[in-house]
Write a protein that binds this ligand. Structure first.
Ligand code: PHE
Length: 383
């Protein structure tokens, strides 16, 4: 009997020793990390720093709002931000880090299509849902079924600008593209395709590459073909330099671009020279709809500046992600992906979101006219 009691006692102790740490293991993660970690990769420094800064502001505003209402599924959102310095190759490194070291539940970013393509292939392989904010190149979401975007694509944007030029009676256009970005190459191609389809003629196509500062040779060749307008699908770092040099050559025709121009830096770099230019983008703070004005008010209150298209797209991305997690009722990445895919009429500031089979939303574009050193809203086009 005595021996049996000792045996029981020993067994009980062994069991306790086995069970206790297991209990601890089960409770600790819940207590230590109740938040949902979301990664943002952005160009916070370097050539396109304004894209990253605006994206961060928009995302942070959304996170604050979500957390002020108790988070999602009772858990606060924790945003982990990484900077790719606007450099090719960096996004792969930081996205890998966000996924493997920070164990993010979902990924937000990027603006530039080339950098989103880098991040997307890693997110897809790891099964982490990603929402690109401003990346308009079609290939981004074609990386796989975990990759979504909140903006329209360049096939649409090219069509919009072709139609817009056509409506101004422009029949002879030239193109100047940056061959170092996926964005510029893709948008130049879709614009040319649609401009020709509308009966127009591309009279000159000139290229340049990253780091170029002197565009006189290309502009002289363009001028010689006597175009009625020039389409420059580049980021804000190049277009204003090109336009200033063109004005010096006496080219007083309209210059047009896409969303890549949408930064107040464009105005600072271009000065007087960029007056009378036009571009398409995703959002205008002049839009009087209540959802836009409500966002503009909140953003202005927090940052004392008006939101750019990128700030609005980033805000929408975070809000849509939170909505998808809520609809999924879970932080399991497969369930969040499924919920994102079945998004219907999500009321985003930049236009309602319903995804097509390539996980692209169908949204209208805004045309901005540069006038008196300011971006002014001209019209909304949906085609
Ligand atoms: N559409 C651009 C790209 O795909 C990025 C961009 C979006 C820039 C919106 C400015 C505003 O690379």
């Amino acid at each position: 009997m005595k021996q049996q009691r000792i045996l029981f006692g020993a067994l009980a102790i062994i069991l306790l020793v086995m069970i206790l740490p297991a209990c601890k293991r089960n409770t600790t993660p819940e207590q230590k990390t109740p938040d949902i970690t979301v990664g943002l990769f952005a160009s916070l420094t370097g050539a396109e720093a304004s894209f990253g800064e605006d994206s961060l502001r928009g995302t942070q505003l959304a996170v604050e709002e979500i957390n002020a209402y108790g988070g999602v599924l009772g858990r606060p959102i924790k945003l982990i931000v990484r900077d790719n310095q606007s450099k090719a190759g960096e996004s792969s490194i930081i996205v890998r880090e966000l996924i493997n070291r920070e164990h993010i539940t979902a990924l937000l970013g990027e603006v530039a299509s080339g950098r989103s393509l880098e991040g997307a292939s890693i997110a897809q392989k790891s099964g982490i849902p990603m929402i690109a904010s401003g990346s308009t190149n079609r290939r981004v979401t074609q990386v796989g079924n975990y990759i979504f975007r909140i903006c329209f694509i360049d096939e649409f944007q090219g069509k919009v600008m072709a139609k817009f030029m056509n409506s101004l009676g422009i029949r002879r256009a030239a193109i100047m593209a940056d061959t170092s970005t996926d964005y510029s190459i893709g948008l130049a191609r879709s614009f040319a395709h649609d401009f020709i389809a509308h009966g127009g003629q591309i009279v000159a196509e000139q290229n340049f590459t990253e780091g170029d500062k002197d565009f006189n040779a290309q502009l002289t060749a363009v001028k010689a073909t006597n175009p009625e307008a020039v389409f420059i699908p580049t980021y804000y770092t190049y277009a204003p330099l090109i336009i200033s040099q063109a004005r010096e050559l006496g080219m007083n025709i309209p210059f047009m671009g896409g969303d890549g121009w949408d930064s107040t830096e464009f105005l600072k770099i271009g000065g007087q020279a960029v007056n009378g230019t036009y571009f398409s983008t995703h959002f205008s703070s002049d839009n009087e709809s209540p959802i836009v004005q409500d966002f503009v008010k909140k953003y202005y209150h927090k940052y004392h500046v008006l939101p750019s298209a990128l700030a609005a797209l980033a805000y929408d991305s975070m809000k849509l992600l939170a909505d998808a997690i809520l609809r999924a009722g879970s932080v399991e990445t497969t369930k969040i992906r499924d919920a994102l895919e079945s998004t219907k009429h999500f009321p985003a500031v930049t236009g309602a979101i319903t995804f097509d089979e390539d996980r692209n939303p169908k949204k209208p574009a805004v045309i901005i006219r540069v006038q008196n050193g300011k971006f002014t809203y001209l019209e909304t086009l949906s085609l």
